[in-house]
Ligand binder design. Structure first.
Ligand code: ADP
Ligand code: MG
Length: 728
């Protein structure tokens, strides 16, 4: 075995699971490192506490004197927890979280020093932001960026640093991060949903979007991961032959969690508890060494922060356990990829989940209203929803030969399909008293019983209703949930606003009763949303044909998918809702296209490098061994040697063929890259990278993987799939 592989594997065999001792009940450490309401009560004055609570509940501004009180309390608390530094914690458009630590420590002359943290430092900071992607916003406006405290997501201590969740915006107001548009979208859906709720309950004052994500990931031993330049640099394997045994036996899914992985999970969960991330579920996923972790759902902004924080914590805890976490959507070809299901719902300040059927016909009509409006929103903006999850890495799942497909569709189950069918036949115009009674008793009134057995969950659907929430399953495992949540909440906000307008118009212009008007508008929505409803197998090729007939988009690649982000329809959607102005929409489009190009560019370089510097030299070495062997046979058998050297000679030829295949294709790929780099338009460059550069990956890989099977295992330099996937 090659030295590198040998040492990597040896390191793994010497590993012992870390002993994780939990003395405290998890509930008692939950939120121990979070500046939550309970802690605030202890460290803040009543006025300061009320100011924060008001800011959280109604978005009220916090004035500077109060901010000074809050920062002082926060500092006192942080010091008792051993914190020495503070940071504005934010989510720039790089995908990672960003932080710049400053010490509380300050000198005050005469050789003396104190710990200081003022309101100004809490509320606003100016990180040197010039290296974060801005999509031209900063160039255009020559504006600097600043971070501003988001009081709706509580501060927390990580390690010895007090982290303050913040938004990151340009001085001219444009968002430079994920959080800002998300907060605006959540505000929009709140306003729109409250207005609709008033039809049913006058007491509703606030509607929160909730998010419960499910994070899938691979855990690979760090020594093995480090031995693969492709994993180190791109987060996935760019080559590697499929192992003899893959996931076909399904013996990993929900199986016993391996010891080392279990120790990692417990350590991770312990960290999560202290940070207030309510993790609850853990299990093995479909592929070997693939796992999933899910928390109890939370308010969407907080849940997004928690997921970003979690990914960071997962990396850090993994270091202690000698693991590398792979968040990539497709780290191994031919092996199940990873996603991040986004369970989403809306709930009121009165404690009602708007996507959960209620106990009375009226509350069920409210449920149906939100249910049908969500479906209609997805129908209208399916392409934008697809764009919200587009990335170079997620392209390997969507539209490739793995679930879910690049076509957006909504699964609602048999029973709710029947309910919609009945509602579709509601009389046009005013309903007769008899019809209304019938509807209330037999259709709307029946929903709760019906949903109890709504268990036929379709795992192939990208957007499924699962009893009391929608589950957006096409989100990628490495994605920041803010992107998909911004779009989903925006399109639902827009839809609910339109709905309210239409219902009000029927009430005032056609003199309809409220119920009649609601039934009438919903009926039309059911008719116009039909194309998006699909109960069948999303992986079936027939679905692609059917979806095309229905006029649904099927954008298989990121450059294709992203275009809609700058369409007039999208730009005005975000503009009208106050989520993003045109400049912000265009900037994001550019950043995402750039990111796509860079990812493919890096992958291309790494693949070319491994193919030429690792694979070809190894193949040549093995070929030389064969040549030596043939020479020896010739020496012994002289002119009869061919009878004994037949296979060797074939192999020598075959290896030459593959070497040729690699070199020819790498040369082509490099030329394609040069050509693409010369293209000015980012849209065209991304397309060229997709069609001309990325398309060379498979042929290069094909020859490398063939060589992996031919070349002596002793000298193969790259850790193999079976070693990466089956070493525990
Ligand atoms: P699975 O999809 O694996 O079958 P479940 O249906 O048990 O899982 O739940 C998935 C996730 O849905 C959980 O993480 C849970 O927190 C989340 N969830 C449940 N109710 C809601 C809700 N009202 N809003 C958002 N997420 C929710
Ligand atoms: Mg799920």
């Amino acid at each position: 075995m090659s030295t590198l592989r040998f040492h990597a594997l040896k390191a793994v065999h010497n590993r012992q699971p870390l002993q994780i001792k939990e003395q405290d009940k998890r509930s008692s450490i939950f939120g121990a490192n979070v500046f939550n309401e309970k802690t605030m009560r202890q460290y803040l004055t009543k006025d300061a506490l009320n100011a924060v609570v008001d800011a959280v509940q109604s978005g009220a501004k916090i004035d500077r004197t109060i901010a000074d009180h809050i920062s002082t309390g926060m500092k006192e608390w942080a010091l008792t927890k051993g914190a020495t530094h503070y940071t504005h914690w934010f989510q720039p458009l790089t995908g990672a979280t960003a932080e710049k630590h400053d010490a509380f420590f300050e000198t005050i002359g005469n050789g003396e020093a104190i710990e200081r943290f003022g309101g100004g430092q809490l509320v606003q900071q100016e990180p040197d932001a010039s290296s974060f992607p801005s999509g031209g916003i900063r160039n255009t406006f020559e504006a600097r960026g600043y971070t501003a405290w988001d009081p709706t997501s509580p501060a927390f201590i990580y390690g010895t640093t007090l982290c303050i969740p913040t938004v990151f915006v340009a001085y001219t107001g444009e968002a430079l991060d994920y959080k800002t548009p998300l907060l605006r979208a959540l505000q929009a859906v709140d306003t729109a949903a409250v207005a609709v709720c008033k039809y049913f309950d006058k007491n509703v004052r606030k509607v929160n979007a909730s998010l419960g994500w499910e994070q899938e990931y691979f855990l690979i031993d760090s020594a093995l991961a480090m031995s693969r330049p492709d994993i180190v640099l791109t987060g996935r394997t760019l080559l590697g032959h499929a192992p003899a045994k893959g996931q076909q036996l399904d013996d990993h899914y929900f199986g016993t969690i391996p010891n080392r992985a279990m120790a990692y999970m417990r350590d991770l969960e312990f960290e999560c508890m202290r940070l207030g991330i309510p993790v609850k579920t853990r299990h093995n996923e479909v592929a070997p060494n693939q796992f999933e972790l899910a928390p109890i759902f939370d308010e969407a902004n907080l849940a997004v922060d928690h997921n970003s924080l979690l990914m960071d914590v997962m990396d850090k805890v993994a270091e202690r356990h000698h693991f590398k976490v792979l968040f990539h959507e497709k780290p191994f070809a031919g092996v199940n990829g990873s996603g991040k299901h986004n369970n989403w719902s809306l709930s009121t300040n009165t404690g009602v989940n708007l996507l959960s059927p209620g106990k009375t016909p009226m509350s069920n009509l409210q449920f149906l209203t939100f249910f049908i409006n969500t479906i209609k929103a997805v129908r209208e903006y399916e392409e934008l929803l697809r764009a919200s999850i587009a990335s170079a890495s997620n392209d390997h799942r969507l539209g490739a030969n793995e679930a879910p497909p690049a076509i957006m569709s909504v699964f609602i189950g048999e029973q709710l399909t029947r309910v919609l069918d009945e509602l579709e036949n509601v009389t046009d115009g005013k309903l007769s008293p008899q019809e209304k009674t019938d509807l209330k008793l037999n259709v709307v009134g029946k929903i709760p019983d019906v949903l109890l057995d709504n268990t036929d969950r379709n795992r192939t659907s990208p957007f499924a209703f699962t009893g009391n929430k929608f589950e957006f399953r096409a989100v990628g495992s490495s994605a920041n949930c803010a992107n998909s949540m911004t779009v989903l909440n925006s399109i639902v906000a827009k839809q609910l606003t339109d709905f309210k307008d239409e219902v009000d118009a029927l009430i005032s212009k056609k003199d309809m009763k409220k119920d009649d008007a609601i039934f009438n508008v919903l009926r039309e929505y059911i008719k116009t949303s039909k194309a998006i409803l699909f109960e069948g197998n999303g992986y079936d090729v027939l679905w692609e044909k059917e979806a095309k007939k229905r006029g649904l988009s099927n954008n298989k690649t990121t450059p294709e998918a992203l275009k809609v982000k700058v369409s007039d329809k999208t730009v005005s959607l975000f503009q009208d809702l106050g989520v993003m102005n045109k400049v912000e929409s265009e900037a994001r489009f550019e950043i995402e296209m750039e990111e796509y190009v860079m990812r493919i560019q890096i992958e291309g370089r790494v693949l070319g490098d491994i193919a030429r510097n690792h694979v070809v030299p190894t193949a040549v070495r093995y070929q030389n061994m064969l040549i030596e062997n043939v020479k020896g046979l010739k020496e012994i058998y002289e002119k009869d040697f061919r009878a004994f050297a037949k296979e060797q000679l074939n192999l020598i030829e075959e290896i030459s063929g593959h070497i040729d295949g690699i070199n020819a294709n790498v040369t082509k790929m490099i030329a394609a890259r040069k050509q693409a780099n010369a293209i000015d338009s980012i849209e065209k460059r991304a397309k060229s990278y997709c069609n001309e550069v990325k398309s060379m990956f498979d042929p290069i890989r094909y020859h490398c993987d063939k060589l992996e099977l031919l070349v002596d295992d002793e000298i193969w330099p790259l850790t193999k799939y079976r070693e990466l996937l089956f070493t525990k």
